[in-house]
Every structure is written in structure tokens, then in C-alpha cells.
Write a protein that binds this ligand. Sequence first.
Ligand code: UDP
Length: 384
Amino acid sequence: MTLTVLMNAGPWLSVPPPGYGGIENVVATLVPELRRLGVRVVLASVESSTLPVDEKIAVFPDGQFHALQRPYNQVCGVSQAHLSGVVRALHARDDIDLVHDHVEAVGLATLAAMGPDAPPALHTLHWDLAKHPELYGNLDGGDRVRVNGVSASQLARAPEALRAHAVGHVHLSTPLAVDADRHASVAKGDHVVILGRINPGKGQDLGARLAHEAGFPLVLAGPVGPYHRPEDLAAAGDEARQNPDVRFFHDHVAPYVDGDRVRWVGTVAGRDRDDLVASARALLFPLRWEEPGGTAVVESLALGTPVVATARGCLPELVEHGRTGLLTGVEEELGDLVLAAGGLEPDECRREAARRFTPARMAQRYLELYERVRQGAAQPLQPA
Ligand code: UDP
């Protein structure tokens, strides 16, 4: 019998996302693989989503991400309205075997509150689980609502009530990993890249200081708050400083950005991003937070670029020290490790990605979890 899954991607961005959009990208990667495996997918998203699915549910015509800049009392109805649409659909029809939900906090709370009338649900935790302590610390979804993490280390730090609902973790994937082991080598340059939002947790200030001290060229790729291009940030003026990531950039990163040793190039997308990463000596992750999933980490491996990182969050699960990257618990060692990363083999990185981080592998793993959830599984699966 065909399995029908309601995939709840939420109201914030269309699927696939127009630019930056981590969760929507995961959904866009997962859905085609699930359909290839025979799953019927009903996508709850916004009307403008173009991802091919079997059916679509939408409350909003297009992504509401822009509304997130508004005060809470003006924005708090957005995800509620979207979830109301999902609940209406679940009450009106009986063909949904399982809900796979990706909507932070509200998705989980609503599905748990729906009680036994609703189908079984799997809620994927894409974020830092230190957030929402009251919700996670008191969660009761019975045996109908289950959660999964995007790494074992992320789940291990979750509040106990949340962990009691977990059926395991599923590592992130990237389409770049498909046949990555068969791709030709790319000529390596001298440069090192930090790929990600400019943010204290991602540690661009530390990376930039070490670039000057250890003497390697560093490219910072990623947005500063809502600003994707250096000229847009420059034009934004002082008001932009209300955004904490803009303040972090101006106060702690910009002093090292000299346009030579350290460059900030804004958001780099598509082919340009892939070329920048594939030709890099290493991707650097000078993390100051427990990275929950690390899409940029698996992308780097798929493009044949070793990862140099602080050994925090999911990094030790994704990167094997000495083979696909170099990890350390000591921040100040990162500069030396960057210089040593040239000794690692790009082919090893690509082979690892082709083996572990393809969309097909991720979809297979989610199918296993769907089965566990439908059985009302009480025990978490063994780690993948
Ligand atoms: N990204 C990009 N261009 C940039 C910076 C980041 O395309 O200039 C992408 C990156 O390739 C990855 C995503 O943004 O796909 C970041 O996801 P990750 O899980 O690494 O970090 P998050 O922002 O979700 O914490």
C-alpha cells in the first residue's frame, strides 16, 4: 500500500527556497527521493513553491520570511495561520498516514495538542535544542508524536522530555554527494573559506584573526544579517546595526577584513560557491557553538575539500580527524591545522560524501524512521 506523507515545510519560504533556506533545502532534497521510493507527498508550504509533489496545501501565496523583521505581535499569527490550515486538512481527510513536520516549536506543539485524532507525526529538530526549554522540557506527544535530530550530539544535549520522544537522528545530505567519488580533481588554490552566516557561533572573527597570525588567505562567504552583498551593507547605514549579526560583523570581523589577507565576498551561490569551495585548501569552521547539523560541512567533503574545525557539535560525527579533516578542542591550534590540511587527500573526502551524505541515503533513513513512528516506537533506533 502506498504511504502518504504530509510534509510540513511551513510558511516562511517557498520550496525550493529562492536563496538561503536551510530547512526548505532539506525538504527540496528529501521529497524527490521519497517519491522515487514510492511515497505520495502532500506538501504544506506556500502557493509559490515549485517543488513537484503529489498535492499541495497552502495558506499564504508566497514566503512570509520578510515578516520576521516585524515586531512579535505582528508576526506571531503567521505560523499559527499556516498550522491551522494543516490541522483543517488533517481533520478533513483520512488518507494521510504520517505527518513529517519541520516547523520550529509551533509544529511540534500543535501536533502534540491534536491528540489521538491526528495521524502519527515525526518532527525534525533542525536547530539548537537549548532553545524553547519550557516547550521541550515538558513535551508530551504520547506515543503518536516523535522527533528526530540531525546529529547524535544535538540529541544528546536535548532536555530529557524531548529525548524521550526521539527515534534517532538523520544526518544532513547534499545533492553534491551523488557520484562525488567519480568527479575529477579540481586544482587547489591557496585560499581557505569560511562558508556560513556571519555570526558569533560560526566564529568568523576568530578565523580572520588566525588568518593574519598564521598567514593564510581567507575568504568569508555568507550573509551579514539580511545583507548579501558588501555594497548593500555599506549602503544600509547606521540603522542596520540594530541587527546583532551586523553589530558582530562591524565590531569583531571587519577590523580584520583588509581585502587582501581576509576578504568578505557576501553570499556566494550556485556554481560560484561550488568552485570557491572545491578549489579551497580547506573549509574552516572556527565554531563557538555546538553546530547541530552542518550542511556546509557535508558540502565541503562532497566537493573534495578537507574540513578544519573546532571539535564541537556534529563535527566529530561528520569528519574523521586525520582522514577527511583536522579537528581540535583548542581554538588557537586552528591556524596550524589549516596549514597542515594540504596533506589530506581530496579523494578521501569525496568518497566519504558519496558513501554517507547522499539524498538517497537520507531518504532511506527517513523511511525507516517513518516506519518506527507508525509503529508507535518507544525505543530510539541505533545511531546510523
Ligand atoms: N551558503 C551559501 N552561500 C554562502 C554561505 C552559505 O550557499 O555564501 C549555504 C551553505 O552552502 C549551506 C547553508 O548556506 O548550504 C548553511 O547551512 P549550515 O547547516 O552550514 O548552517 P546554518 O546557517 O543552517 O547554521
